[in-house]
Design a protein around this ligand. Structure first.
Ligand code: 3UK
Length: 505
């Protein structure tokens, strides 16, 4: 059971309380240009909060769009918006003007804080709310901050006041806004992070997910602050530069998506990764082949966890001895999950159905229609096809909409992908159903080869035979398309709709 006082400001609970406990001189954030102690971060947050409520003229409840890569300044801006009693609307750095315009309208944004290197797209908006830039040569925000008092009394918010409107990254293209309370930002620290991740004050967090994605907001900012630990915030990471950063900072806890772990596993031998203790994979399904490759390369057992923007963070996961390869895990303490049929009735173990989840952090859509269709009695339908095994472990099959139906068989693309990834020639792959006059849909694999391998008819036949030797033969990809790379979102998700849209011969 989680208990929070009825009046609660999450920023004060995370940061002011840490400094009051004597954490002030410990490092909170490492960035590319230096490190900030807890006291320094608090001071930055307080000055930004003053700018919001003073020169920017905002009042509690106003919505502030944030745009920036992972930097200490971006983290401070987020915490300042919460502290001022405003509502943060973080946006992914790669979003373009059109998507930003949708978010500005849907979330009724009142003001913008934007990293100087990302302001171009914003300048193209037909109606951009008042904006301040930070981190650049102009540094409008920083110069206003310098003139403000160094301490700000936290806005007296209710635990159930909205502090965050987060838009789903969307594998389908349409961004959906979800609302979260001050209480929720602490609740993810006190459920998944406390019970499953179990990190401590001497841990050093690192990873790729943007702070604008709740996977990153939790993993790289809220979780470390809640326990007095430190976090490394770096922009534009690649599998290679993330490995370098882990080695250089001696990071202990890493958050990223399966595709990054796959690529890191292939390079890991060149780095000293002995500092790493816990690695968390989320964003899309973790293939058993990737789990094994990572364990082989690092000796670490991956903590897989399914989370969603709607639920704020991870709600089914497993760590340590509870890990069962092939399963995501069990509901995180505090959450409930079940598998439902089309009519909304629970199905028994071993039957694939629609995943429903309920817990302290979900689920509130900005749009009422969505709330009506996807949330019933506090249960949220995530859009995932799952099955529960006899021991209560939840096994991912596919996104509900991505199940391939070929000649009457239901085939889950990720299962075929997992089989292909076990083949030494395959670096990345994505499996979709292509419309087919005879079979309804045809299983088609899009494959990126590892260096040293080239496409050929022989390789195609080899890969097909290989899949047939790993899983039921009817699931093998009748079509294989070779590609230099696969389309992914900023959050590491394969964009299957883009593979389906591709013309093939
Ligand atoms: C898929 C997974 C299988 C699944 C997220 C951790 O991904 C996050 O949020 P999004 O709203 O997407 C949610 C959807 O992504 N998914 C995520 N993790 C897994 N599928 N195994 C997994 N481990 O389809 C889910 O419905 O972008 C992840 C924390 C916070 C997040 N927002």
């Amino acid at each position: 059971e989680l208990h929070y006082p009825p009046r609660l400001n999450c920023s004060a609970a995370l940061l002011d309380d840490a400094v009051a406990r004597g954490q002030g001189e410990r490092i909170a954030l490492h960035g590319a240009h230096g490190s900030w102690t807890y006291a320094r971060l608090l001071e930055r947050v307080d000055r930004i909060a003053h700018v919001l409520r003073g020169p920017m003229g905002l009042v509690p409840g106003n919505r502030v769009l944030l745009r920036g890569a992972n930097t200490p300044m971006m983290a401070a801006a987020l915490l300042a918006v919460f502290k001022a009693g405003c509502i943060a609307v973080p946006t992914m750095p790669l979003l373009r003007a059109r998507e930003l315009a949708t978010i500005v309208a849907k979330a009724e944004v009142n003001a913008v804080l934007c990293a100087a290197d990302l302001c171009e797209e914003l300048d193209q908006l037909p109606a951009c709310p008042p904006a301040l830039h930070f981190g650049g040569p102009e540094a409008q925000l920083e110069s206003l901050m310098a003139a403000q008092p160094a301490t700000f009394a936290p806005c007296d918010t209710a635990a159930e006041d909205v502090c965050l409107i987060s838009f789903t990254s969307g594998t389908t293209g349409v961004p959906k806004g979800t609302m979260h309370f001050h209480r929720d930002l602490l609740a993810i620290c006190d459920t998944f992070a406390r019970n499953t991740l179990r990190a401590g004050p001497d841990d050093l967090f690192i990873g790729t997910p943007p702070l604008a994605f709740t996977f990153g907001l939790g993993g790289l900012l809220l979780f470390p602050l809640r326990i007095g630990a430190a976090s490394v915030l770096l922009e534009k990471l690649t599998p290679e530069t993330l490995l370098q950063a882990i080695e250089r900072h001696r990071a202990t806890v890493c958050f990223t998506a399966p595709t990054f772990y796959r690529q890191m596993a292939a390079l890991a031998a060149r780095f000293d990764l002995a500092s790493l203790k816990k690695t968390v994979s989320a964003g899309e399904a973790l293939p058993v082949a990737t789990r094994h490759a990572w364990q082989e390369a690092t000796g670490l057992r991956m903590i897989d966890g399914i989370g969603a923007t709607e639920m704020l963070h991870i709600f089914i996961s497993a760590a340590g001895d509870d890990i069962r390869p092939g399963a995501t895990g069990k509901p995180v303490p505090g959450y409930q999950a079940c598998v439902l049929d089309e009519a909304g009735r629970p199905v028994g173990p071993g039957v694939v159905g629609r995943l429903a989840v309920k817990g302290p952090t979900g689920c509130r859509y900005l749009a009422d229609e969505r709330q009506r269709d996807y949330v019933q009695g506090g249960w949220n339908l995530t859009g995932d096809a799952y099955e529960m095994d006899a021991d209560g472990y939840f096994v991912y099959r596919s996104r509900t909409d991505d199940m391939i139906i070929s000649a009457g068989y239901n085939i889950a693309g990720p299962e075929v992908e997992d089989a292909l990834l076990r083949h030494p020639a395959v670096a990345e792959c994505g499996v979709i159903g292509r419309p087919d006059p005879e079979r309804g849909q045809l299983v088609e694999a899009h494959v990126v080869l590892r260096p040293g391998h080239a496409p050929s008819a022989e390789l195609t036949a080899q890969l097909q035979d290989f899949v047939k030797s790993q899983i039921a033969p009817y699931k093998y990809p009748r079509s294989i398309v070779y590609a230099p790379s696969l389309p992914r979102t900023e959050t590491g998700k394969l964009q299957r709709f883009r593979l389906r849209g591709k013309e093939t011969s």
